[in-house]
Design a protein around this ligand. Structure first.
Ligand code: CTP
Ligand code: C5P
Length: 340
């Protein structure tokens, strides 16, 4: 007689505002502690009460968390102080949170109830990335852009390059990243599964900077065109050459992890060529190449990066029906800067 082992359900909760690979990494570790991950997300009202208005709406935050491959269920309206009742309501054995203390507006540890009931486990917070840090990068970099040549620019630029820690951080536009990328992190985020022989392979390429709901909707549609989705990520200098200003906000390593955490993505090309080449199409046996409704920048103003797949008749435009862009996020931050 076999006794069926009970499924272990893990509860995680938080704001999940400007979802980044640090959030994804905590959910990945939570998944490893059980079988199912249930994520409780605070409403806009609740967050506003405790730490000021979020950058993203609750609909956007829910969608982003649902897009993370280690998440099984999402619950909107989780209480700011995690209760035993909410754990029981969703049949969760325990609650998992990063190893940082979170407090309510009144200074109460938001996990004191689950801690004293012994239904709390901790995972390691990902160093070098946070919403505050990303907002800081946007404010800093945008200010540099508008005040080039001024004293303010000189001081900040020096500060940011001192913080740079790897070779890609030599670029002024991502020099302020403090995240230390390792192959271990990439392995942990990756599926490690090659395509099956008869899989239809879809390829998309882009910056995917500050991975957002627009990217998520786009990748969902792209995945529907086949069985195996490969995302090509352009290097920081390439992204800067067509986005200008101080883009990208996230360096290549960070963008790799953000995209790998997405449930629609099977593989990532780290530093994809800007023009989709014959070699790339043949090497990965790509059946379909697609792009969204955003403008396609021609290389040197004249070469269509999709000329080769177009000639092969395998190029498709998709409509993500989502108007979010990285630039729009930066605008939101700038217009709310007083509040942050
Ligand atoms: N988290 C993490 N590593 C980070 C940022 C967040 O492990 N660099 C974890 C938190 O510890 C928490 C979960 O992500 O368990 C979601 O929490 P949320 O309330 O959204 O996180 P914040 O700590 O507010 O995230 P941030 O600092 O980025 O705003
Ligand atoms: O701008 P970026 O290079 O990050 O975009 C990557 C891909 O996502 C592009 O094909 C773009 O058209 C698509 N996209 C979309 N809808 C959005 C934002 C991006 O289809 N709202």
């Amino acid at each position: 007689q076999s006794v069926e082992k009970k499924e272990v359900r893990v509860w995680c909760d938080g704001c999940y505002d400007m979802v980044h690979f640090g959030h994804a990494n905590s959910l990945r570790q939570a998944k490893a502690l059980g079988d199912k991950v249930i994520v409780g997300i605070h409403t806009d009202e609740e967050i506003t009460k405790h730490k000021g208005p979020p950058v993203f709406t609750e609909e956007e935050r829910v969608k982003m968390v649902k897009g993370i491959k280690w998440v099984d269920e999402v619950v909107l309206g989780a209480p700011y102080v995690t209760t035993l009742e909410v754990l029981d309501e969703y049949n969760c054995d325990f609650c998992v949170h990063g190893d940082d203390i979170t407090m309510t507006a009144e200074g109460v540890d938001t996990y004191h109830l689950v801690k004293s009931a012994n239904r709390y486990k901790e995972v390691r917070r990902t160093a070098g990335v946070s919403t505050t840090d990303l907002v800081g990068r946007m404010l800093l970099l945008t200010r540099n852009h508008f005040h080039q040549g001024s004293a303010e620019y000189a001081i900040e630029k020096e500060g940011s390059s001192n913080m740079g820690q790897d070779s890609s951080a030599k670029s002024p536009w991502t020099g302020c990243s403090q995240f230390l990328p390792t192959t271990q992190k990439i392995i942990q985020f990756s599926d490690g599964k090659p395509p099956k022989p008869d899989d239809k392979i879809v390829y998309v390429a882009g910056a995917f900077d500050l991975f957002h709901v627009g990217h998520l909707d786009f990748l969902e549609k792209a995945k529907e065109l086949g069985d195996y989705l490969i995302v090509g990520l352009h290097t920081d200098p390439v992204v800067n050459s067509y986005k200008g200003s101080n883009y990208p906000i996230m360096n290549l390593h960070e963008r790799v992890l953000s995209v790998l955490a997405c449930k629609y993505v099977n593989e990532v090309v780290i530093g994809a060529p800007y023009c989709v080449t014959e070699d790339l199409l043949d090497h990965f046996k790509i059946d379909v190449v697609c792009h969204g409704q955003t403008p396609i920048a021609f290389e040197d103003g004249k070469i269509d990066p999709y000329a080769v797949p177009k000639t092969r008749g395998i190029f498709t435009l998709i409509d993500s029906q989502n108007s979010m862009t990285t630039e729009l996020i930066v605008e939101r931050i700038i217009s709310h800067r007083i509040e942050y």
